[in-house]
Design a protein around this ligand. Structure first.
Ligand code: FES
Ligand SMILES: [Fe+2]
Length: 372
Protein backbone atom coordinates (compact mmCIF):
# COMPACT_ATOMS: atom_id res chain seq x y z
CA UNK A 1 0.00 0.00 0.00
CA UNK A 2 1.45 3.37 -1.04
CA UNK A 3 1.32 6.06 1.62
CA UNK A 4 2.81 9.54 1.84
CA UNK A 5 5.29 8.16 4.40
CA UNK A 6 6.32 5.07 2.39
CA UNK A 7 6.89 7.17 -0.74
CA UNK A 8 8.91 9.73 1.24
CA UNK A 9 11.10 6.91 2.57
CA UNK A 10 11.67 5.57 -0.96
CA UNK A 11 12.43 9.07 -2.20
CA UNK A 12 15.08 9.61 0.48
CA UNK A 13 16.78 6.33 -0.48
CA UNK A 14 16.67 7.13 -4.21
CA UNK A 15 18.21 10.53 -3.45
CA UNK A 16 21.36 8.74 -2.24
CA UNK A 17 21.50 6.23 -5.08
CA UNK A 18 19.12 3.36 -4.32
CA UNK A 19 16.86 2.23 -7.14
CA UNK A 20 13.10 2.29 -6.79
CA UNK A 21 11.90 -0.83 -4.95
CA UNK A 22 11.63 -3.71 -7.41
CA UNK A 23 8.11 -4.32 -6.06
CA UNK A 24 7.08 -0.99 -7.62
CA UNK A 25 7.57 -2.65 -11.02
CA UNK A 26 5.02 -5.41 -10.38
CA UNK A 27 2.60 -4.08 -7.77
CA UNK A 28 -1.00 -3.45 -8.85
CA UNK A 29 -1.48 -0.53 -6.41
CA UNK A 30 1.58 1.22 -7.80
CA UNK A 31 0.33 0.57 -11.32
CA UNK A 32 -3.08 2.08 -10.50
CA UNK A 33 -1.46 5.09 -8.82
CA UNK A 34 0.78 5.65 -11.86
CA UNK A 35 -2.22 5.54 -14.19
CA UNK A 36 -4.10 8.13 -12.11
CA UNK A 37 -1.23 10.22 -10.76
CA UNK A 38 1.08 10.28 -13.79
CA UNK A 39 -0.55 9.24 -17.08
CA UNK A 40 -3.87 11.00 -16.42
CA UNK A 41 -1.91 14.17 -15.66
CA UNK A 42 0.49 14.56 -18.55
CA UNK A 43 0.81 15.37 -22.26
CA UNK A 44 0.64 12.42 -24.65
CA UNK A 45 2.03 12.25 -28.18
CA UNK A 46 -0.72 10.91 -30.45
CA UNK A 47 0.52 11.26 -34.05
CA UNK A 48 0.91 13.67 -36.93
CA UNK A 49 -1.40 16.69 -37.05
CA UNK A 50 -1.85 16.34 -40.82
CA UNK A 51 -4.14 13.37 -40.13
CA UNK A 52 -6.73 15.86 -38.85
CA UNK A 53 -5.99 18.68 -41.29
CA UNK A 54 -9.35 19.23 -43.01
CA UNK A 55 -12.79 19.98 -41.52
CA UNK A 56 -14.52 16.79 -40.39
CA UNK A 57 -11.30 14.76 -40.06
CA UNK A 58 -11.38 12.50 -36.97
CA UNK A 59 -8.71 10.26 -35.46
CA UNK A 60 -8.73 7.88 -32.53
CA UNK A 61 -5.92 7.87 -29.98
CA UNK A 62 -4.97 6.09 -26.81
CA UNK A 63 -3.65 8.09 -23.86
CA UNK A 64 -2.07 5.20 -21.92
CA UNK A 65 -5.33 3.27 -21.91
CA UNK A 66 -7.60 6.31 -21.92
CA UNK A 67 -9.58 6.38 -25.20
CA UNK A 68 -9.35 9.76 -26.93
CA UNK A 69 -10.46 11.32 -30.19
CA UNK A 70 -9.13 14.31 -32.08
CA UNK A 71 -11.40 16.11 -34.53
CA UNK A 72 -11.12 19.11 -36.83
CA UNK A 73 -14.46 20.92 -36.50
CA UNK A 74 -16.46 22.21 -39.45
CA UNK A 75 -15.33 25.62 -38.14
CA UNK A 76 -11.68 24.57 -38.69
CA UNK A 77 -10.86 24.35 -34.97
CA UNK A 78 -8.93 21.29 -33.75
CA UNK A 79 -10.48 19.77 -30.62
CA UNK A 80 -9.93 16.69 -28.49
CA UNK A 81 -12.38 14.67 -26.41
CA UNK A 82 -12.40 11.60 -24.27
CA UNK A 83 -13.62 8.99 -26.75
CA UNK A 84 -16.37 7.86 -24.39
CA UNK A 85 -20.11 8.17 -25.04
CA UNK A 86 -21.88 10.10 -22.28
CA UNK A 87 -24.77 7.61 -22.27
CA UNK A 88 -23.34 4.32 -21.05
CA UNK A 89 -19.68 4.74 -21.82
CA UNK A 90 -19.11 3.02 -25.13
CA UNK A 91 -16.09 4.04 -27.19
CA UNK A 92 -17.49 6.45 -29.75
CA UNK A 93 -14.98 6.56 -32.61
CA UNK A 94 -13.71 3.04 -33.22
CA UNK A 95 -11.78 3.34 -36.47
CA UNK A 96 -8.25 4.78 -36.71
CA UNK A 97 -9.36 7.82 -38.67
CA UNK A 98 -12.11 9.07 -40.96
CA UNK A 99 -14.16 12.06 -42.06
CA UNK A 100 -17.45 12.82 -40.32
CA UNK A 101 -20.18 15.45 -40.10
CA UNK A 102 -21.28 14.19 -36.69
CA UNK A 103 -20.12 11.55 -34.20
CA UNK A 104 -22.74 8.87 -33.70
CA UNK A 105 -22.42 6.14 -31.09
CA UNK A 106 -22.84 2.62 -32.44
CA UNK A 107 -24.71 1.45 -29.31
CA UNK A 108 -27.91 3.55 -29.03
CA UNK A 109 -27.14 6.26 -31.61
CA UNK A 110 -26.54 9.23 -29.33
CA UNK A 111 -25.18 11.76 -31.80
CA UNK A 112 -22.68 14.53 -31.11
CA UNK A 113 -21.66 17.56 -33.16
CA UNK A 114 -17.96 17.83 -33.94
CA UNK A 115 -17.63 20.47 -31.22
CA UNK A 116 -18.60 17.76 -28.71
CA UNK A 117 -22.13 18.94 -27.94
CA UNK A 118 -24.88 16.34 -27.80
CA UNK A 119 -27.09 16.95 -30.83
CA UNK A 120 -29.61 14.13 -30.43
CA UNK A 121 -30.42 11.20 -28.14
CA UNK A 122 -33.18 8.88 -29.37
CA UNK A 123 -36.32 8.95 -27.15
CA UNK A 124 -34.91 11.75 -25.00
CA UNK A 125 -38.21 13.61 -25.55
CA UNK A 126 -39.87 10.89 -23.41
CA UNK A 127 -37.51 11.53 -20.46
CA UNK A 128 -38.52 13.96 -17.76
CA UNK A 129 -36.11 16.88 -17.57
CA UNK A 130 -33.50 15.42 -19.92
CA UNK A 131 -31.02 18.24 -20.60
CA UNK A 132 -28.89 17.62 -23.69
CA UNK A 133 -26.69 20.54 -22.68
CA UNK A 134 -25.01 18.65 -19.85
CA UNK A 135 -24.10 15.56 -21.86
CA UNK A 136 -21.49 16.96 -24.21
CA UNK A 137 -18.28 14.97 -24.72
CA UNK A 138 -15.63 15.51 -22.04
CA UNK A 139 -12.89 17.73 -23.52
CA UNK A 140 -9.13 17.16 -23.62
CA UNK A 141 -6.41 19.74 -24.17
CA UNK A 142 -4.78 19.48 -27.61
CA UNK A 143 -1.69 21.22 -28.92
CA UNK A 144 1.06 20.84 -31.49
CA UNK A 145 4.83 21.07 -31.77
CA UNK A 146 5.56 21.44 -35.49
CA UNK A 147 3.86 18.47 -37.18
CA UNK A 148 3.43 16.58 -33.89
CA UNK A 149 0.04 16.39 -32.21
CA UNK A 150 -0.30 16.03 -28.45
CA UNK A 151 -3.28 15.59 -26.14
CA UNK A 152 -3.68 15.95 -22.39
CA UNK A 153 -6.55 14.32 -20.44
CA UNK A 154 -7.20 17.57 -18.55
CA UNK A 155 -8.53 20.54 -20.50
CA UNK A 156 -6.84 22.94 -18.04
CA UNK A 157 -3.38 21.49 -18.72
CA UNK A 158 -0.19 23.54 -18.66
CA UNK A 159 0.37 24.62 -22.31
CA UNK A 160 2.44 22.08 -24.26
CA UNK A 161 5.18 24.58 -25.07
CA UNK A 162 5.62 25.46 -21.40
CA UNK A 163 5.92 21.74 -20.70
CA UNK A 164 8.44 21.07 -23.49
CA UNK A 165 10.58 24.00 -22.42
CA UNK A 166 13.78 24.30 -24.44
CA UNK A 167 13.44 20.89 -26.06
CA UNK A 168 12.20 22.14 -29.46
CA UNK A 169 15.18 24.56 -29.57
CA UNK A 170 17.60 21.72 -28.76
CA UNK A 171 16.09 19.60 -31.56
CA UNK A 172 16.50 22.52 -33.99
CA UNK A 173 20.10 22.98 -32.84
CA UNK A 174 20.68 19.27 -33.51
CA UNK A 175 20.13 20.01 -37.21
CA UNK A 176 16.46 19.00 -37.42
CA UNK A 177 13.76 21.28 -38.84
CA UNK A 178 10.71 19.35 -37.65
CA UNK A 179 8.45 21.14 -40.15
CA UNK A 180 10.33 19.59 -43.08
CA UNK A 181 10.09 15.98 -41.83
CA UNK A 182 7.71 13.49 -43.47
CA UNK A 183 6.22 10.40 -41.83
CA UNK A 184 7.79 7.23 -43.21
CA UNK A 185 6.25 4.51 -41.05
CA UNK A 186 4.96 3.67 -37.58
CA UNK A 187 6.26 0.70 -35.57
CA UNK A 188 3.91 -0.55 -32.82
CA UNK A 189 5.40 -2.95 -30.27
CA UNK A 190 4.80 -4.52 -26.86
CA UNK A 191 7.32 -5.55 -24.22
CA UNK A 192 6.97 -8.06 -21.40
CA UNK A 193 8.14 -5.65 -18.73
CA UNK A 194 6.97 -2.77 -16.58
CA UNK A 195 6.93 0.58 -18.41
CA UNK A 196 9.56 1.97 -16.01
CA UNK A 197 12.02 -0.73 -17.11
CA UNK A 198 11.61 0.42 -20.70
CA UNK A 199 12.08 4.08 -19.75
CA UNK A 200 15.09 3.42 -17.51
CA UNK A 201 16.80 1.36 -20.19
CA UNK A 202 16.43 4.29 -22.57
CA UNK A 203 17.92 6.71 -20.04
CA UNK A 204 21.44 5.33 -19.87
CA UNK A 205 24.18 4.29 -22.24
CA UNK A 206 26.17 2.50 -19.52
CA UNK A 207 24.98 -0.69 -21.25
CA UNK A 208 25.81 0.44 -24.79
CA UNK A 209 29.37 -0.86 -25.10
CA UNK A 210 28.31 -4.22 -23.63
CA UNK A 211 24.94 -4.75 -25.25
CA UNK A 212 24.91 -2.59 -28.42
CA UNK A 213 28.18 -3.16 -30.31
CA UNK A 214 26.83 -1.60 -33.52
CA UNK A 215 25.55 1.52 -31.70
CA UNK A 216 28.82 1.84 -29.79
CA UNK A 217 30.68 1.56 -33.08
CA UNK A 218 28.83 4.55 -34.54
CA UNK A 219 28.74 6.74 -31.43
CA UNK A 220 31.29 7.35 -28.73
CA UNK A 221 29.46 5.98 -25.68
CA UNK A 222 32.41 6.41 -23.32
CA UNK A 223 31.82 8.24 -20.03
CA UNK A 224 33.79 11.32 -21.07
CA UNK A 225 32.19 11.71 -24.53
CA UNK A 226 28.54 10.72 -24.13
CA UNK A 227 26.69 13.57 -22.42
CA UNK A 228 23.69 13.16 -20.12
CA UNK A 229 21.56 16.07 -18.96
CA UNK A 230 18.30 16.44 -17.08
CA UNK A 231 15.82 19.30 -17.52
CA UNK A 232 12.53 19.84 -15.65
CA UNK A 233 10.38 18.03 -18.21
CA UNK A 234 12.85 15.88 -20.16
CA UNK A 235 16.16 14.07 -20.23
CA UNK A 236 18.68 14.69 -23.01
CA UNK A 237 21.52 12.49 -24.27
CA UNK A 238 24.16 13.54 -26.77
CA UNK A 239 26.36 10.95 -28.47
CA UNK A 240 29.14 12.23 -30.74
CA UNK A 241 29.93 10.22 -33.86
CA UNK A 242 33.14 8.17 -33.86
CA UNK A 243 35.46 9.35 -36.59
CA UNK A 244 36.70 5.80 -37.17
CA UNK A 245 33.21 4.25 -37.39
CA UNK A 246 33.13 1.19 -39.63
CA UNK A 247 30.17 2.84 -41.33
CA UNK A 248 27.23 0.57 -40.56
CA UNK A 249 25.28 3.35 -42.21
CA UNK A 250 26.62 6.69 -43.51
CA UNK A 251 26.71 9.06 -40.54
CA UNK A 252 28.89 11.93 -41.74
CA UNK A 253 26.29 14.49 -42.79
CA UNK A 254 24.14 17.41 -41.68
CA UNK A 255 23.10 15.84 -38.35
CA UNK A 256 26.45 15.48 -36.59
CA UNK A 257 25.49 13.56 -33.42
CA UNK A 258 22.98 11.14 -31.98
CA UNK A 259 20.58 12.94 -29.64
CA UNK A 260 18.00 11.15 -27.56
CA UNK A 261 15.30 12.82 -25.50
CA UNK A 262 12.79 11.38 -23.05
CA UNK A 263 9.95 13.79 -22.32
CA UNK A 264 8.75 12.83 -18.86
CA UNK A 265 7.39 10.41 -18.17
CA UNK A 266 7.74 8.33 -21.33
CA UNK A 267 7.76 10.01 -24.76
CA UNK A 268 10.91 9.09 -26.70
CA UNK A 269 12.42 11.40 -29.30
CA UNK A 270 15.36 9.85 -31.16
CA UNK A 271 17.66 11.61 -33.61
CA UNK A 272 20.36 9.48 -35.17
CA UNK A 273 23.40 11.04 -36.83
CA UNK A 274 23.52 11.43 -40.59
CA UNK A 275 20.60 12.71 -42.66
CA UNK A 276 17.58 14.52 -41.14
CA UNK A 277 15.63 11.91 -39.20
CA UNK A 278 13.56 11.54 -36.08
CA UNK A 279 11.52 8.87 -34.38
CA UNK A 280 8.98 9.82 -31.75
CA UNK A 281 6.55 7.81 -29.68
CA UNK A 282 5.28 6.86 -26.25
CA UNK A 283 5.86 3.98 -23.86
CA UNK A 284 2.62 3.08 -22.02
CA UNK A 285 1.81 0.87 -19.06
CA UNK A 286 -0.65 -1.75 -20.33
CA UNK A 287 -0.41 -3.60 -17.01
CA UNK A 288 2.28 -4.03 -14.35
CA UNK A 289 3.98 -6.62 -16.57
CA UNK A 290 3.26 -5.27 -20.05
CA UNK A 291 4.30 -2.15 -21.90
CA UNK A 292 2.76 -0.97 -25.16
CA UNK A 293 4.58 1.47 -27.37
CA UNK A 294 4.95 2.84 -30.85
CA UNK A 295 7.48 4.89 -32.76
CA UNK A 296 6.72 7.16 -35.73
CA UNK A 297 9.76 7.38 -38.04
CA UNK A 298 10.16 10.61 -39.99
CA UNK A 299 12.79 11.71 -42.50
CA UNK A 300 13.69 14.80 -44.48
CA UNK A 301 12.05 14.90 -47.89
CA UNK A 302 15.22 14.33 -49.91
CA UNK A 303 16.73 11.56 -47.78
CA UNK A 304 17.32 8.62 -50.15
CA UNK A 305 15.47 5.32 -49.49
CA UNK A 306 18.77 3.38 -49.20
CA UNK A 307 19.92 5.61 -46.36
CA UNK A 308 16.55 5.21 -44.63
CA UNK A 309 16.69 1.41 -44.99
CA UNK A 310 20.22 1.25 -43.57
CA UNK A 311 19.43 3.52 -40.63
CA UNK A 312 16.19 1.70 -39.81
CA UNK A 313 18.06 -1.65 -39.87
CA UNK A 314 20.60 -0.14 -37.46
CA UNK A 315 17.82 1.15 -35.21
CA UNK A 316 15.89 -2.15 -35.32
CA UNK A 317 19.01 -4.01 -34.22
CA UNK A 318 19.37 -1.74 -31.18
CA UNK A 319 15.66 -2.24 -30.41
CA UNK A 320 15.98 -6.04 -30.51
CA UNK A 321 18.94 -5.88 -28.16
CA UNK A 322 17.04 -3.60 -25.77
CA UNK A 323 14.01 -5.93 -25.72
CA UNK A 324 16.19 -8.74 -24.35
CA UNK A 325 17.58 -6.40 -21.68
CA UNK A 326 14.33 -4.94 -20.38
CA UNK A 327 12.53 -8.29 -20.33
CA UNK A 328 15.47 -9.82 -18.48
CA UNK A 329 15.37 -7.03 -15.89
CA UNK A 330 11.65 -7.44 -15.41
CA UNK A 331 12.05 -11.20 -14.98
CA UNK A 332 14.74 -10.63 -12.37
CA UNK A 333 12.69 -8.07 -10.46
CA UNK A 334 9.46 -10.07 -10.54
CA UNK A 335 10.69 -12.99 -8.48
CA UNK A 336 10.51 -11.06 -5.23
CA UNK A 337 13.83 -12.42 -3.93
CA UNK A 338 15.71 -9.12 -4.10
CA UNK A 339 14.17 -5.76 -3.21
CA UNK A 340 16.55 -3.02 -4.41
CA UNK A 341 19.51 -2.19 -6.59
CA UNK A 342 21.75 0.83 -6.92
CA UNK A 343 22.05 3.46 -9.65
CA UNK A 344 25.55 4.28 -10.89
CA UNK A 345 25.08 8.00 -10.38
CA UNK A 346 27.62 9.20 -12.94
CA UNK A 347 26.33 7.04 -15.75
CA UNK A 348 22.73 6.67 -14.57
CA UNK A 349 21.90 10.12 -13.30
CA UNK A 350 18.88 10.29 -15.61
CA UNK A 351 17.44 7.16 -13.98
CA UNK A 352 17.73 8.72 -10.56
CA UNK A 353 16.05 11.89 -11.87
CA UNK A 354 13.27 9.77 -13.39
CA UNK A 355 12.79 7.76 -10.17
CA UNK A 356 12.55 10.98 -8.12
CA UNK A 357 10.09 12.43 -10.64
CA UNK A 358 7.92 9.30 -10.40
CA UNK A 359 8.09 9.30 -6.59
CA UNK A 360 7.11 12.98 -6.47
CA UNK A 361 4.12 12.42 -8.77
CA UNK A 362 2.96 9.44 -6.74
CA UNK A 363 3.38 11.40 -3.51
CA UNK A 364 1.27 14.24 -4.91
CA UNK A 365 -1.37 11.76 -6.05
CA UNK A 366 -1.50 9.88 -2.73
CA UNK A 367 -1.49 13.20 -0.85
CA UNK A 368 -4.51 14.42 -2.79
CA UNK A 369 -6.29 11.12 -2.15
CA UNK A 370 -5.55 11.44 1.60
CA UNK A 371 -6.73 15.07 1.72
CA UNK A 372 -9.96 14.33 -0.17
S1 FES B 1 -23.52 4.00 -25.02
FE1 FES B 1 -23.48 5.43 -26.61
S2 FES B 1 -25.54 5.65 -27.19
FE2 FES B 1 -25.62 4.24 -25.58
FE1 LIG C 1 19.83 0.18 -25.18
Amino acid sequence: MLTTESIAAVRAEVAVGATLPYSWYTDRDVFAAERAGIFAQTWHYVGLVDRVASPGAVMRADLAGMPALLVRGLDGVLRGFHNVCRHRGSVLVREECGVRNTLQCHYHAWTYDLDGSLRAAPRSDRENGFDRGVFGLAPLAVDTWGPFLFAHPRPDALPLHDWLGEMPALVAAAGIDVDTLRLHHRVPYSLHCNWKNAVENFLECYHCAVAHPAFADVMDTGPDAYRLQVRPSFAWQHGPVRLQSRGLYPVADEVPAGQYFMIWPSIKVNINPGRPNMSIGPVYPAGPHRTDAFLDYLFGEDVPPEWIDAMVAFDDQVGLEDRVLVESVHHGMSGGGVERGRYMLNSELQLQAFALWVADRLAAHVGVAVDA
